[in-house]
Design a protein around this ligand. Structure first.
Ligand code: SAM
Ligand code: DTB
Ligand code: SF4
Length: 339
């Protein structure tokens, strides 16, 4: 037993998290964190959180689906796959004016990041050219820009970076062993390759996954291990609670226990201590108390603005009240969320 462990016993506190330089975590060590008594895990996660972030700061991002539906991929959770009958109406890429109006509204409501999603397997050259125009325009409003467009070639990543794209979102979704149960049209390695192109182009990565797709705790450990052993930790790390969509293969999935979701957030915070961990999809179905526990576990980002891509999210007034109640301040500003 080391000195800090001994001190922990004497002080009846959990041991300080073992130093874990990027890439050193094993799946077993991560699973052991997920298995910890919840109160210990929360304390540890909050301790790590406070070492890296000011308490109470929360990043606010707003999503817009700039190209909806008709996607050739078969991600089993996704309302936008052309393979599933989900009632989502396919729409072509939005015009710049419409996107700018939405971005300005997001900024006015207190968001600092605007994330544009497109239901493509991989954008073509001409798609990237058009998205680059959107990125430049949104960036011009003084917002951080993020896009999620599917798989990228290196030159696409460079083009988007040159247009002013700050973040690229590309999720690993689940652990490598469960992945093929969820998606078969894109490999795990292809996801890792796109992330490498994004990093190589000098953009920040936004990469996380989904909880509640029928995976085991071991699979969740596998996802966190994959994230924690990337060549660089994600800058943003979204943890989504599955929004079950009727018509998708995962539409009847049993909701994951709230405290299990909190564990996932807490371990994400511990294994990627500098990442901004986003309590992402699923807040619509969460109580205020559960969301509060997620923030205590180290989440310091959320989507605001009533809608995710195709599904709903809490509205502005609800979130303004939540933030006031919990004493959360928008990250990097002295402001509060405008109701
Ligand atoms: N087509 C692009 C791609 O998949 O690379 C980008 C859009 S996709 C909708 C972005 C991410 O949203 C997915 O990787 C997944 O993690 C998350 N997502 C999609 N549908 C979801 C759902 N029903 N519940 C929770 N998260 C979801
Ligand atoms: C992420 O991890 N979650 C967001 C964002 N990145 C693109 C998307 C959530 C989508 C939820 C289902 C929908 O609204 O279509
Ligand atoms: Fe949905 Fe993206 Fe998968 Fe297409 S690639 S089905 S938009 S998650």
């Amino acid at each position: 037993m080391g000195a800090s462990d001994l001190q922990a016993v004497v002080l009846h506190r959990p041991a300080k998290p073992a130093p874990a330089p990027e890439g050193r975590w094993s799946v077993e060590a991560i699973q052991a964190l997920l298995d910890k008594p919840l109160m210990e895990l929360l304390f540890e996660a909050q301790t790590v959180h406070r070492q890296h972030f000011p308490a109470g700061d929360i990043e606010l991002a707003t999503l817009l689906s700039v190209k909806t539906g008709g996607c050739p991929e078969n991600c089993g959770y996704c309302p936008q796959s052309a393979e599933f009958d989900t009632g989502v109406k396919a729409q072509k890429l939005m015009e710049v004016d419409e996107v700018l109006r939405a971005a300005q509204a997001a900024k006015d409501a207190g968001a600092t990041r605007f994330c544009m999603g497109a239901a493509w397997r991989a954008p073509k050259d001409r798609d990237v050219e058009k998205v680059a125009v959107l990125v430049e325009a949104v960036k011009g409003l003084g917002l951080q820009t993020c896009a999620t467009l599917g798989m990228l070639e290196p030159h696409h990543a460079q083009q988007l970076k040159a247009a002013g794209l700050d973040y690229y979102n590309h999720n690993l979704d689940t652990g490598p062993e469960y992945y093929a149960d969820v998606v078969t049209t894109r490999t795990y390695q292809e996801r890792l390759d796109t992330l490498a192109h994004v990093r190589d182009a000098g953009m920040s990565t936004c990469c996380g996954g989904i909880v509640g797709m029928g995976e085991t705790r071991r699979d969740r450990a596998g996802l966190l291990h994959a994230l924690a052993t990337l060549p660089a930790h994600p800058d943003s790390l979204p943890i989504n609670d599955l929004m079950p969509i009727p018509g998708t293969p995962l539409g009847d999935s049993e909701a994951v226990d709230g405290l299990e979701f909190v564990r996932m957030i807490a371990v994400a915070r511990i294994v990627c201590p500098k990442a901004v961990v986003r309590l992402s999809a699923g807040r619509e179905h969460m109580s205020r108390e559960l969301q509060a526990l997620c923030f205590l576990a180290g989440a310091n980002s959320m989507f605001v603005g009533g809608k995710l891509l195709t599904t709903s999210n809490p509205d502005k007034d609800t979130d303004a009240a939540l933030m006031a109640e919990l004493g959360l301040r928008p990250m990097g500003t002295g402001a509060t969320l405008t109701a």
